[in-house]
Ligand binder design. Structure first.
Ligand code: MG
Length: 193
């Protein structure tokens, strides 16, 4: 079986997608529910200025990341995949979140080969650098951008990432599905080569 380079986003992909919602509702006096979140840009959903969200994130970002829950099955799937493939976490979080991120991943038993905190949503260059075989994302825009650059993407289904997908993006619902697809892809590459 070929050892794949699996690039994995963190927020909404291995964490539960609405980790910010309760605190943001309280802070901005909103009553949004997960099903109301139909766009990726949180400030638009809260009907606030982007700067106001940044202010909130500066105050509560570390806490939000620390207390966020893991997505169902993510830890087990990543542990399984780690034995056979390379696990690279690639997040738009800023460098100042490195310790918080590493500590969270360790606490939730998600082993890794590397972590990159890009401070930007542009992930194409990092995917190239890591020779990504499969990129796992929850952001529709990132998925399209990566697909356009020729990468294969698994998009984990959320209320905010609906919409048509190009051929090399596959919508998935669970981490066990992701695990199965990754192993099948590795098997296929071995059979072909
Ligand atoms: Mg994400």
């Amino acid at each position: 079986m070929k050892k794949l380079n699996l690039c994995i986003d963190i927020d909404g992909t291995v964490t539960e997608p609405y980790y910010w919602l309760d605190r943001a509702n309280r802070y901005f006096d909103r009553q949004l529910k997960p099903e109301d979140i139909t766009a990726y840009e949180i400030h638009k959903m809260l009907d606030i200025e982007e700067d106001d969200y940044h202010e909130f994130y500066d105050l509560y970002g570390k806490l939000l990341h620390r207390e966020s829950k893991a997505r169902f099955g993510a830890s087990e799937a990543i542990q399984g995949l780690y034995h056979r493939h390379r696990i690279h976490f690639v997040t738009a979080r800023e460098e100042r979140m490195r310790e918080t991120s590493i500590e969270w991943l360790a606490r939730h038993q998600m082993p890794m080969d590397s972590i990159s905190l890009l401070g930007s949503h542009y992930k194409v260059e990092k995917a190239r650098e890591l020779s990504s075989d499969l990129f796992i994302e929850d952001c529709h825009g990132n998925a399209l951008q990566l697909a356009q650059a020729g990468f294969e993407v698994l998009l984990i289904d959320c209320s905010y990432n609906k919409g048509p997908l190009p051929q090399n993006v596959t919508r998935v619902k669970t981490w066990s599905e992701i695990r199965m697809i990754a192993d099948m892809k590795a098997q296929l590459i071995k059979t072909v080569s």
